[in-house]
Design a binder for this molecule. Structure first.
Ligand SMILES: *[C@@H]1O[C@H](CO)[C@@H](O)[C@H](O)[C@H]1NC(C)=O
Ligand SMILES: *[C@@H]1O[C@H](CO)[C@@H](O)[C@H](O)[C@H]1NC(C)=O
Length: 352
């Protein structure tokens, strides 16, 4: 039995190449260097993780410039962000920011990650690599992409989904936001496209330099890339758990879903979207993609840092508005996340 399980373990190691790791929350700010570069502030509040080179606009080799990261992989100075989820009070209309909590399970545990999200770089599907099938090319310095669109009113991209959690059970995948209270919170997933045009670090809509060939939900292999976007890149995915549970008692039975993104958008939640800005140091991501050694809790060539260290990485408040307040767990920061405001203008914020 011992030799059989040793053999199985060896097979498992040989076919796996991909990364999956926690990143703690870096900041909540109205900044969006991929979707709205240079806007200070950007249109809506984001939940941001990753390296400390994060800024209203970012260019060049982020991996060479950043000095710390909230991600477990110590060479990963990329930034990853999504809109922030808010509870919109059903009767008085006030907005209360929902706190993200680390995704579980993570093999090896989330190791004390604070908030944040889980990042994946996969090659084939959740368990297998594609080293014998096609070359996966890591992103170049300066690369960024956006998936999804805040204005969407119908499903516009496979892989942008919600799950209504019961405890740690994630429940069925839907493309619309849960319409009933979820005792374990709302789980959101953002899968990015796997095909790149091989030339442009960005495009006017921040999307058309990429092409999606995946048509189903979950971690599936992407069908071949088209001639227009021939370069196969790692399939990047974010998973976030939003701890909506403490608001459920304020959700009247039979009432409409009170959870909205920071841009509000369609009540269906189809506007869910995410942003990625590459910032791995040197060729560390390419090295990881070229080997069958990285998955879940093991990764030979990449240094993992303790999350207690990652948690110390911070950025300045560049927008100068409160999105969190000095919140205790029970304190609800009343915050209007999407007023029309001019840069530098103070926006209404109060703590009950
Ligand atoms: C952010 O950008 C501003 C303006 O270009 C610059 O002064 C500042 O040093 C940058 N901060 C970081 C952390 O890169
Ligand atoms: C709305 O109700 C919530 C929950 O009782 C409370 O925390 C918040 O201060 C109220 N906001 C306004 C603007 O009345």
């Amino acid at each position: 039995m011992k030799s059989l399980s040793a053999t199985l373990a060896l097979i498992a190691i040989v076919v796996e190449a991909g990364l999956r790791f926690p990143c703690s929350t870096l900041t909540f700010q109205r900044l969006d260097p991929a979707g709205q570069p240079g806007s200070l502030p950007s249109a809506h509040v984001h939940h941001i993780v990753g390296g400390n080179a994060f800024n209203a606009s970012m260019s060049g080799d982020v991996g060479a410039r950043a000095t710390c990261t909230t991600c477990q992989m110590a060479d990963d100075f990329s930034n990853y962000w999504t809109a922030t989820l808010y509870f919109k009070h059903p009767t008085n209309g006030s907005y209360h920011r929902v706190t993200p909590t680390p995704v579980i399970p993570l093999l090896g545990g989330s190791d004390g990650a604070k908030g944040g999200l889980t990042v994946y770089y996969t090659q084939f599907d959740l368990n297998r690599d594609s080293l014998n099938q096609q070359k996966i090319k890591a992103f170049p310095p300066g690369f960024r992409m956006v998936v999804g669109s805040p204005g969407a009113t119908t499903k516009n991209h496979a892989g942008l989904s919600y799950q209504c959690m019961t405890g740690t059970n994630r429940g069925a995948i839907t493309n619309t936001i849960p319409t009933k209270p979820c005792s374990g919170g709302i789980f959101t997933t953002h899968h990015f496209p796997p095909c790149w045009d091989g030339k442009n670090l960005d495009s006017p809509d921040h999307m058309s330099h990429m092409y999606n060939t995946v048509t189903s939900e979950g971690f599936t292999n992407a069908p071949a890339c088209p001639a227009s976007h021939p370069v196969r890149v790692p399939q990047v995915t974010f998973e976030t758990v939003w701890d909506t549970s403490k608001f459920n008692s304020m959700w009247p039975s039979g009432g409409a879903n009170p959870f909205v993104w920071s841009f509000e958008g369609s009540a269906t939640g189809y506007g869910t979207h995410a942003d990625y800005l590459f910032g791995w140091k040197d060729d560390s991501l390419q090295k990881a993609m070229d080997k069958s050694e990285c998955f879940y809790d093991g990764c030979g060539s990449i240094t993992k840092q303790k999350m207690a260290v990652a948690n110390q990485c911070t950025v300045k408040d560049m927008v100068g508005e409160a999105t969190e307040g000095s919140c205790s767990a029970s304190l609800l920061a009343v915050y209007k996340p999407f007023p029309k405001i001019s840069p530098g203008m103070a926006i209404s914020f109060n703590i009950p």
